[in-house]
Write a protein that binds this ligand. Structure first.
Ligand code: SF4
Length: 316
């Protein structure tokens, strides 16, 4: 039986970013250095496939420091942790390695600097996301006000409108954030903020690539995890860019083939925590059903690399 033709547009950049790459390497190097088990506070990156793979090698994933024995090393996830977490680990004399992405740490430093200068902080982010919890936790309780939408800006109660600064989560929608920043600047003209926002290069580049692919395809698939903020934003960006079927799949088995009946083109991308092997799996699944013509749509090139912490580069 002849297969129906399908144009497959593969977005680039897609998948792993430098922060995710580094965080996974940190767990692998810690296992090599100290042997199993190594404890990891929270999923090291938001991807089940990655987490299961590291679990098989001896990593134990827990949600709180209290769940870790004091005599085993613990790693903090790429999303960052409140200041109290490494402080508590140090108090208990535990070996800990911080896998917080350096681009998240940069935001932590920004927040601390503004606070020291006597400015009240506003964070644009998603309530309950570990990165937001970690960044807000750099300052004493109640010192950071969280806004998620332009409407939140209207109801914000600040101490002094002349002494404010804002920071953002790194994995937000570039376009949605622009609107929130505009609302903040309109209500508080003296507010200080980063030149653009704190959204990282990887988030920005993956959204740009989706904007280029989504308008020309019948379906846009984002390989990622439901708890991955940057992956969820890619699905939204795909829909906002004009693709009527923009969906997340964790891997090939999740594809709803019935919903894709009759399509002539598909776009594929992956969130920053989704490994390339899952992208290949999805492409292969399309090849078994369609006569695929593939085109890579590259909107940026990336060559960012982050060093692992010194503790892992030193002998035991
Ligand atoms: Fe770092 Fe951005 Fe990757 Fe998050 S998405 S780990 S901030 S590079």
């Amino acid at each position: 039986m002849t297969k129906p033709p399908l144009d497959l547009y593969l977005a680039a950049p897609r998948g792993f970013c430098a922060g995710v790459d580094r965080a996974i390497k940190i767990v692998e190097m810690a296992l090599e250095k100290w042997g199993a088990p190594v404890f990891v506070r929270h999923e090291i990156v938001h991807n089940k496939f990655v987490v299961d793979g590291l679990r098989d090698k001896g990593a134990v994933f827990v949600e709180e420091l209290d769940d870790c024995p004091v005599d085993r090393p613990v790693i903090f996830s790429a999303h960052g942790v409140p200041k109290s977490v490494p402080a508590e680990a140090a108090d208990r004399q535990m070996i800990y390695v911080d896998a917080t992405c350096p681009l998240v740490s940069k935001v932590h430093i920004e927040a601390a600097r503004h606070h020291q200068n006597g400015l009240q902080m506003v964070m644009i982010g998603h309530a309950g996301h570990p990165e937001t919890i970690g960044t807000m936790g750099q300052l004493p309780d109640g010192e950071v006000l969280l806004v998620e939408t332009p409407d939140d800006v209207a109801t914000l109660k600040v101490k002094d409108p002349e002494r404010l600064a804002f920071i953002t989560q790194t994995t937000l929608s570039v376009d949605d954030t622009r609107h929130i920043v505009a609302a903040l600047r309109a209500r508080f003209p003296a507010i200080i903020g980063p030149h653009k926002e704190d959204i990282c290069y990887a988030t920005t580049n993956r959204q740009e690539a989706v904007k280029s692919v989504a308008p020309r395809v019948d379906a846009m698939l984002v390989i990622g995890a439901p708890n991955s903020s940057n992956s969820r934003r890619l699905v939204e960006v795909g829909a906002a860019a004009g693709c009527r079927y923009s969906q997340m799949v964790q891997r090939a088995a999740d594809i709803d083939w019935r919903a894709l009946e009759g399509i002539r083109s598909v776009g594929i991308t992956a969130g920053a925590s989704a490994p390339e092997v899952l992208i290949e799996e999805v492409i292969d699944a399309f090849r078994t059903r369609f006569d695929v013509t593939m085109e890579i749509v590259e909107t940026a090139q990336e060559n960012v690399e982050f060093k692992v912490p010194r503790i892992l580069r030193e002998p035991v």
